[in-house]
Design a protein around this ligand. Structure first.
Ligand code: HPA
Length: 245
């Protein structure tokens, strides 16, 4: 079953034919919100609001371990992590959608693994390709069917937040090869891999990253791009669910 983790601007999926809310307890505590189950395009689906139902959790406060665990408990095998990001690469202007293919993790002090410090043999997961290619291709195909243009690769740089970056931090990330900057892409993707889930990221660019446009980042501009872009995200998810097996 497909699961969607909705970020800023995608707190709900009104198209979902609702069947129930599930309060899942995990060994790692509570997920951000009850998991909503239902049907979309005739397929079963689960939805989780990453920041909580009332958007109360900042990126560093999210219990990523509980979220991924709870989705797996619900029967989810494939997860699309949706989020808003800043654009760094020249192709990543505000309004652009991107299915990332790589990630660099700049976050710190987050619970980022299921590997316990007392286990007899430490597990190291392969993370060469951090995102599930099967699900990435399904998203790209769904965007093509909906005639929505999308960037089919990009390096996601995950920062700690909740503050936005300095211009120098963005210049460093540019040198590192980052195309996008967001605050929630990690440890989510790493945990999904540890949990054996197929995980893909779909990012909506809502602003130029710090220092790349004149003046400070405008929150009003962010809101405008969020509202418009998440409509496209919804359409893509709808088509992706339809095709999902
Ligand atoms: N930086 C980090 N996270 C973000 C940004 C940004 O510029 N825009 C939206 N999420």
């Amino acid at each position: 079953m497909l699961g969607i983790i909705g970020g800023s601007g995608l707190g709900k999926m009104p198209e979902l034919k609702h069947s129930g809310y599930h309060n899942i307890q995990t060994p790692y505590g509570e997920p951000s919100a009850p998991i909503q189950s239902g049907e979309l395009a005739g397929q079963p689906i689960a939805f989780l609001a990453r920041h909580g139902t009332t958007h109360r959790l900042a990126p560093h406060e999210i219990n990523y371990r509980a979220n991924i665990w709870a989705l797996r408990e619900t029967g989810v095998t494939d997860v699309v992590g949706v989020g808003a990001v800043g654009g760094i690469g020249t192709a990543m202007a505000p309004g652009v959608l991107c299915v990332a293919d790589q990630v660099i993790d700049y976050t710190y002090a987050r619970e980022h693994t299921y590997v316990a410090n007392n286990t007899e043999s430490v597990q190291h997961i392969d993370f060469t390709q951090p995102y599930c290619n099967k699900l990435r291709q399904q998203l790209i195909q769904a965007a093509a069917s909906a005639k929505i243009s999308i960037q089919t690769r990009g390096v996601y740089g995950a920062t700690q937040g909740p503050r936005l970056e300095t211009a120098a931090e963005i210049r460093r990330m540019q040198c590192d090869g980052c195309d996008l900057v967001g605050m929630t892409g990690m440890p989510e993707a790493g945990l999904a891999r540890e949990a054996g889930l197929c995980y893909a990221n779909m990012s909506l660019v809502v602003n130029w990253a710090a220092g790349l446009a004149d003046g400070p980042i405008s929150l009003q501009e962010i809101e405008q791009h969020l509202a418009a872009g998440m409509q496209s995200v919804r359409q893509i998810i709808l088509l992706c669910t339809q095709e999902h097996t």
